[in-house]
Write a protein that binds this ligand. Sequence first.
Ligand SMILES: Cc1cc2nc3c(=O)[nH]c(=O)nc-3n(C[C@H](O)[C@H](O)[C@H](O)COP(=O)(O)OP(=O)(O)OC[C@H]3O[C@@H](n4cnc5c(N)ncnc54)[C@H](O)[C@@H]3O)c2cc1C
Length: 397
Amino acid sequence: MSPPPDPRPGPRPDPGPDLPREADVVVVGGGINGMCAAIHLARMGVGTLVLDGGGNPGTTTNAGSLHVQMQSRFIRLETPERVAALKRHLSLYVMAVRAWEALAADLDADIELKVEGGLMLAETPEQYEFLADKCREEQRLGLRVEMLDRAALDRVAPYLGPNAIGAEFCADEGKMNTLLANPAIERAAVAAGAAVVRRTPVTGLAVDGTGFRVTTPAGTVRCGRVVNAAGGAAGAIAAMLGVRLPVESEPLHMNVTEAVAPRIGHLVQHADRQLTLKQSVGGNVIIGGGRPAFFDPRSGRPSVFRRSIEGNLALALHICPWLSDVRLIRTWAGVNAKTDGRPVLGEVPGVPGFFVLVSGDAGYSLGPISGQLLAEVMTGRAPAYDVSDFGIARFGG
Ligand SMILES: Cc1cc2nc3c(=O)[nH]c(=O)nc-3n(C[C@H](O)[C@H](O)[C@H](O)COP(=O)(O)OP(=O)(O)OC[C@H]3O[C@@H](n4cnc5c(N)ncnc54)[C@H](O)[C@@H]3O)c2cc1C
């Protein structure tokens, strides 16, 4: 789905004196991917400028779940080819957690990163069997997962109501507070030497000699290389150079409750239904799970469906009946960038110097490791993970 143009916040009216006119690398998009790439590039000595237009991002709207085990919504809803790729790259998600831990230790603020494990719940014997099969496969692939029966659930997750009969537990899953993480990550990019200019959309991109000319309403920047990290808009940025990059903008729904006493340590999901449920350090219960939202044609912004609010809350109450005493304080919608499930990461064949960085599934979880890998590729280092499966060439054209 292509979103209508986002009217916020509007281009800057004048060329600002703060817009650098030259950079080694321009990163288009200051979401989690662009910002993490900028941190690593700047630390590796590359002059990096991040330009962000402030459009419809996933990063500032996401739920802060740190995913590792295969999400049932992808396995049950997606094609077998996607599942095979998911399995092939499961270890990348474990690396992603380690990358978050390293990043968090390096930031100037506590981002409330907690890796206390994740539960995927079963309510029926059939769902339990599905999880047990998944668990065996994930163990074979090296994940720290195990099956828990109801008695074990009572011990580790007493906050659950009576409906779950068991769960798959993944020790490496977790959560963080994105409201704290995103600004801290941007400060880290700036501290590393990157320049970050917001409210400045890239409106044109052209090859210029051995580099590129990047056009914005605030003026033009000349650079040697470009990183396209524009999330759902990455396809439009690629098209400016005649490159085909199929990225879909997927509006998704979230809910958050008032703060209550701490009860839920895990990231909780469901074997068969759309649910993510966790509690922030501050006590708010954050409830999501990939339910749909939509682009409001009047504003161009993502907006919520009533049925997603109701469906999400009904399921959360079904799993944790005590939530009926807790008030919902906010719902929102954000835009996920959806590819074929795998990251798109690397240089575009035929356009030397033009790099793409788009997340695979659970893209916020993958942001720090993806940014690191791209910076390693761009600086001629051996990437810490084999990225040969992530090239844009797989889309043809
Ligand atoms: C509601 C919701 C909940 C989610 N929850 C989770 C979760 O719990 N865990 C998880 O792992 N993932 C989650 N995701 C997915 C995750 O948020 C995304 O995969 C991730 O944020 C993608 O990061 P990104 O940097 O690639 O793109 P984005 O965050 O979309 O950033 C792209 C940036 O590019 C900018 N941009 C666009 N066009 C231009 C232009 N022309 N010029 C300059 N800048 C431009 C935008 O302003 C934006 O800031 C969720 C997504 C949504 C929508």
